[in-house]
Design a protein around this ligand. Structure first.
Ligand code: SF4
Length: 739
């Protein structure tokens, strides 16, 4: 409870994309406690175990507090001036000698909004390089391309209130109970108040989300593509399509099918789409008869029928949610499209409680990466560097000649690290992320980082990590409420907080670091200079991109006085549901529902003809098991923060591999025994977990990726969705051995 000498102020949780409001209690510039913010509509005072542990993430004993420079192979302490001068000199020399494609910045969905904006502007308007990326490529890129191809605009139409109002919630490969726990508690509260509410868990493994489900539907990996098409097949066959909605709001399209998009093609996908028809769609779906889908997916025909009947029941409000199971998929864009198909055919969209909703993993994957545009082909507010009109607007706001802006997209994350491995990228700055734990097929990229040969790596972080060990320069960062900041969450809510605590001496904010290097390189004219106001000035400049085109973020002043506001914010009023008359100010009276951002299709959404395609790698004679990776509730990403919180670390101190009891029995493996998991890319020895919190299918394995000492990504595959360039961390083949 609050005490007299503790000052309490609003902030936002540093962890997942839910964006829970927290009240932070400080005394003399030190964080002494947190509590859930009852005034924040996201969580109404609730927090999960990670949220309650927030004070511990700033107080690890090994905070980085001094810049370090590698000299004679060893990292030694340096002053900020020495370190920043060196970074500026290396980037400047590399740029001059090898051009804008030889430098790169790799940031994060945990970047604050102004960090990403400063990085993007420094690269694009300063150095003329589009090699600015963020780790959200690894988690949300397929959601972005799914939204863009179906609705012509990124991010959800629905909002969290829909979780309270739906009659049916369908989880598509989503362990919401562990990965978005506070949102899941809203679902459980809905179920408590509305006992008829159904939770349907479509998944490849049983999780704590399954424990609360009314129906568990287990499918084989990758066959969700067939499952969604099978549901659409039955919707048409049973006459459950909302013909009126489809007539008014939908067009049909087909794109390229099959594998083999080149990198350049990836940015042309919209041009290559051809209009199709409802009849052609029906013919396409003939291939997804219930019998055939049952054989492929393992889902019984009766269950498929139940799913179709549920989505097609106009008396029920049906909501779908998904996250990494759908996005980290060799056909992640298609899978996003297919979920929208189900909702568009049935009109289960843009209504309270009836909506598809893509959840986001990181606290500002939406706010910083998707909205600010810190992916290699993007500019703020859904604009792209390839479009001359978009470049013209960016040049105007940034006050630079338009020729300065490079029209060629930079490299996506996987290609960026491949280019670094080859030596084509020579200078790489990594902020707020730990790629030498989180990249797939790690052996390949860790070898590249060790090569030296003129490569230069800068790492800004809070603690020593697997990635800082590869650095030539380490810059110690101030984090979370040690600085003023903003995040944007899953439901388009931008949230602001003030600096509430004093960072350890020597730690500086990421955006300040970027501005200082840019200034030393001669790009100081691009950025504000007043340390007291630069955050507000950067944000207000970024906001110019968003106004008037349906992406309007709130003013800094409004954000300071609210518990976040959901864009589009027009005349200070937020929007709960996009595209809906009376809620979204861009929908004119009489229009009802209008997907107004999809101008190419006259304000209609697209139902795509997307086929099933096998996984990039599947079990075979040598590697007979499916391997999937993911998170546990106690740990955040690569564990650099949560493993420094004693109670979280004690709860789950070490990674493990989940094994089905029959597979364990066949190999004579006991629970807790060390086993070896081998894939074509690497080997990992770790304890077996048999019949633990989650339960894999027979023939499947699962490893969480939080443990820096047991790297799950030594085993994973770095193939990616050819449209979004997001890797598939959920499927590769492996074998299990006794050690
Ligand atoms: Fe933080 Fe996510 Fe937990 Fe909320 S649900 S407290 S945002 S980790």
């Amino acid at each position: 409870a609050p005490t007299k000498d503790v000052a309490w102020e609003k902030s936002v949780c540093r962890f997942c994309g839910t964006g829970c409001g927290v009240m932070v209690g400080t005394r003399n510039g030190k964080i002494v406690a947190v509590q859930g913010d009852e005034k924040n509509p996201t969580n109404k005072g609730l927090l999960c175990i990670k949220g309650y542990s927030l004070p511990g993430i700033v107080s690890g004993q090994d905070r980085l507090t001094s810049p370090m420079i590698r000299k004679g192979g060893k990292l030694v302490k340096a002053t900020w001036d020495e370190a920043l001068d060196l970074v500026a000199r290396k980037f400047g020399e590399t740029l001059k000698a090898h051009g804008p494609e030889s430098v790169a910045m790799y940031g994060s969905g945990q970047w604050m909004i102004t960090d990403g904006y400063a990085a993007s502007k420094w690269f694009r308007a300063g150095m003329g390089s589009n090699n600015v990326e963020a780790n959200a490529r690894l988690c949300m890129a397929s959601a972005v391309t799914g939204f863009m191809t179906t609705f012509g605009s990124d991010e959800p139409m629905g909002c969290y209130e829909d979780l309270d109002l739906c009659d049916v919630l369908v989880l598509w490969g989503n362990n919401m109970a562990e990965n978005h726990p506070v949102l899941f508690s809203r679902v459980l509260e809905n179920k408590r108040k509305n006992p008829k509410m159904q939770l349907i868990d479509l998944a490849t493994r049983r999780t704590p989300s399954t424990d609360a489900a009314d129906l568990y539907v287990e499918f084989q990996p990758q066959t969700d593509l067939a499952l969604a098409n099978g549901i659409c097949h039955l919707l048409i066959k049973k006459g459950l399509v909302d013909r009126d909605f489809v007539e008014k709001h939908v067009v049909f399209k087909k794109g390229k099918t099959g594998i083999g998009y080149g990198l350049e093609d990836r940015f042309k996908f919209a041009d290559e789409a051809k209009l199709s028809t409802f009849d052609e769609f029906t013919t396409f779906l003939a291939d997804y008869s219930p019998d055939k889908v049952e054989k492929l997916t393992g889902v019984p025909v009766a269950t498929l029928e139940r799913l179709a009947d549920t989505f097609g029941n106009s008396k029920l409000k049906v909501m779908s949610v998904w996250c990494m199971g759908v996005n980290q998929h060799s056909r992640g864009t298609w899978m996003n499209n297919l979920i929208y198909n189900v909702h568009l055919l049935t009109g289960q969209i843009c209504k309270p409680g009836a909506t598809p909703m893509s959840l986001t993993g990181q606290p500002s994957a939406c706010g910083t990466v998707r909205e600010v545009g810190t992916l290699a082909h993007r500019l703020p507010a859904d604009m792209v560097v390839m479009n001359p009109e978009h470049r013209a607007l960016a040049a105007k706001i940034w006050k630079v000649p338009v020729e300065k802006l490079n029209p060629k997209p930079g490299l996506n994350t996987v290609e960026m690290f491949r280019a670094f491995d080859r030596g084509d990228i020579k200078c790489l700055w990594i902020q707020t992320t730990n790629p030498f734990v989180s990249m797939p097929n790690l052996n390949r990229y860790r070898k590249g980082a060790k090569k030296g040969e003129g490569r230069f790596i800068v790492v800004s972080d809070v603690y020593p990590t697997e990635t800082t060990q590869f650095a030539d320069v380490i810059l110690p960062a101030a984090m979370w409420v040690e600085r003023e900041g903003m995040f944007g969450n899953t439901e388009r809510r931008t949230q602001q907080w003030n600096q509430l605590a004093t960072p350890p001496k020597g730690c500086m904010a990421d955006d300040w670091q970027i501005l200082e290097v840019a200034r030393r390189m001669g790009y100081g004219h691009l950025f504000p200079t007043d340390p007291k106001t630069y955050v507000r000035e950067l944000f207000e400049e970024y906001r110019q991109f968003t106004l008037g085109n349906g992406k309007d973020v709130a003013s800094y002043e409004d954000l300071k006085s609210h518990r976040g506001l959901r864009w589009p914010v027009v005349n200070g009023k937020e929007t709960a549901r996009r595209y809906v008359e009376g809620e979204d100010p861009y929908v004119k009276p009489g229009e009802g529902i209008k997907f107004y951002k999809n101008k190419a299709d006259a304000g209609k959404a697209v139902v795509w003809l997307r086929p099933f395609e096998p996984a990039a790698e599947a079990p075979d004679k040598d590697y007979p098991l499916w391997l999937s990776t993911g998170r546990v509730i106690e740990h955040w990403h690569t564990g650099t923060m949560t493993r420094r919180v004693p109670q979280l670390n004690r709860a789950v101190p070490k990674a493990f591999v989940e094994v089905h009891p029959e597979d364990a029995k066949a190999l004579g493996i006991q629970d807790g025994q060390t086993v070896r998991v081998v894939s074509r890319r690497g080997t990992l020895d770790l304890p077996a977990r048999i019949d633990g919190r989650c339960k894999v299918q027979k023939g499947h394995l699962f490893i969480p990726f939080f443990d820096e000492s047991l790297l799950a990504n030594l085993l994973t595959l770095d193939s990616y969705c050819p449209i979004s360039a997001e890797p598939d961390y959920k499927k590769c083949s492996a074998r299990l051995e006794r050690v």
